[in-house]
Design a protein around this ligand. Structure first.
Ligand SMILES: [Zn+2]
Length: 261
């Protein structure tokens, strides 16, 4: 097995424990057959940090523990402090209805999709474009926010907050892509290949980050090559349509903080 980024042979000395989903947002599953130590650290310092700087706060806020002493003063300072710390960031999102992350943010999400795909042992030959995108070399978009107006791909249960990874490959349509939800509110499609000729694939991984367990989900998303091409070609308001999902997350966070106090 070789590092998918630099090709170094992975052995006991060179391999590393790469989290499929970053630790900073509650990812637990690791794989040793993806990246060498050097590449793991390099991505960790760059794009993974960028993703964490935007998203890790939500994981922290969801998992707020009650203060040791429930005095009124401790309670109110804790409650105000938790959200206030992130207030400027959250206010900006509410105003723009957008995360409009930097390129590094979208590269880090691409890496999550590729990590998942390769950890399943699926063929590497369809991954050149997404690899090059992760490195920052391929700059044309290979992703699109995905929020169909009438039919969400997935409805979380009440009070569920989860990350979802789904791979779809279809020999008939010739497409291979990943669908991802982070906190059920950053929902995107990443295209691996529009010349896919391999086996039909439909696999899903879901991690509930409040209950801290894996959930079984049946995700069905059958996009054609034409739909994928159109999604990339036309500027979309899909991110704005995800804004209610962001508000839902903030609502769950506020309830949990209040309950913990
Ligand atoms: Zn490497």
């Amino acid at each position: 097995m070789d590092c998918y980024n630099c090709g170094t042979t992975l052995n006991r000395k060179t391999r590393s424990a790469e989290h499929i989903l970053p630790n900073s947002i509650g990812g637990k599953r690791k794989a040793y057959n993806l990246l060498c130590k050097t590449c793991n650290e390099k991505f960790g310092r760059s794009i993974d940090n960028e993703l964490a700087s935007r998203l890790a706060r939500f994981y922290t806020l969801l998992n707020t523990e009650a203060p040791a002493q429930k005095t009124n003063a401790a309670i109110s300072s804790r409650k105000d402090g938790n959200i206030a710390q992130h207030d400027r960031f959250i206010t900006a999102i509410k105003k723009d209805k957008s995360f409009s992350g930097s390129p590094g943010y979208f590269r880090a999400i691409a890496k999550i999709c590729l990590n998942y795909y390769l950890s399943k042992g699926y063929p590497k030959q369809y991954c050149d474009t997404i690899k090059s995108f992760i490195r920052g070399e391929h700059t044309d978009p290979i992703y699109q926010y995905y929020a169909p107006e009438n039919r969400p791909v997935h409805y979380p249960h009440e009070n569920e907050v989860s990350h979802i990874l789904h791979i779809h490959g279809s020999k008939t349509s010739g497409v291979l892509y990943a669908y991802i939800e982070l906190f059920n509110m950053q929902n995107l499609v990443y295209i691996f290949s529009l010349n896919y000729n391999g086996e039909d694939l439909d696999v899903t991984y879901c991690r509930d980050i409040i209950k801290n367990e894996e959930l079984t989900k049946n995700i069905q998303l059958d996009l054609s090559r034409k739909q994928l091409e159109q999604a990339l070609a036309s500027p979309s308001t899909a991110e704005e349509r995800l804004f209610p999902r962001f508000e839902r997350l903030m609502h769950i966070i506020e309830n949990r903080i209040t309950e913990a106090l």
